[in-house]
Design a protein around this ligand. Structure first.
Ligand code: HEC
Length: 150
């Protein structure tokens, strides 16, 4: 009986009062994406490229060009790229990079880790080293960060 109650309490906590988790809900978005045994290391990595307009421009060209990030994350970074049909997209939707709360919740190192390893259980694949060099990845992240600016 005790275990059953515990189970119900856990389910209620996991699902929340309004039913199954809706992706795009704040908690689901802010939950860390880097696995717990890797995240401490990832958080120590910092972007070697400063947020100069030159570096942001280089990142922009990659985002809209050869790395095709925009097809999923959208031209405006809002996560509704031309390839996204929200009804049929499997798994969590691509991140909305203009969400300031999300921007604040992530370190550069965590974002870099995802570009390197992909995000398990989502459509986000690994981009380093097949499509991006590490330098290009840091540049594209400068552009990703620029979506969070006013
Ligand atoms: C095939 C579609 C697709 C492409 C192409 C794609 N992404 Fe993603 N991306 C996603 C999805 C889906 C997620 C996972 C959202 C989640 O974790 O809930 C994601 C997650 C991310 C994350 C982690 C977000 C977080 O919350 O930590 C980053 C950073 C990211 N993408 C950047 C990029 C960049 C930069 C490119 C281009 C090099 C790119 N993505 C290309 C679909 C895509």
């Amino acid at each position: 009986m005790h275990l059953y109650v515990l189970f119900m309490v856990c389910m209620a906590a996991a699902l929340g009062p309004w039913g199954p988790p809706a992706f795009g809900a704040d908690d689901a978005v802010l939950r860390p994406r880097v696995p717990t045994d890797k995240i401490e290391e990832a958080k120590t990595w910092s972007n070697p490229f400063d947020a100069t307009s030159e570096n942001i421009e280089k990142g922009k060209a990659i985002f809209h060009g050869k790395a095709f990030c925009a097809t999923c994350h959208g031209k405006d970074g809002k996560g509704l790229g031309s390839d996204i049909d929200q009804g049929s997209f499997k798994g969590p939707l691509p991140r909305n990079f203009t969400d300031k709360e999300w921007q604040a919740a992530r370190t550069d190192g965590e974002l870099f880790w995802i570009l390197k390893h992909g995000s398990k259980g989502t459509a986000m694949a690994s981009f380093i080293p097949l499509i991006l060099t590490e330098e290009e990845a840091w540049q594209v992240l400068r552009y990703v960060r620029s979506f969070g600016q006013p």
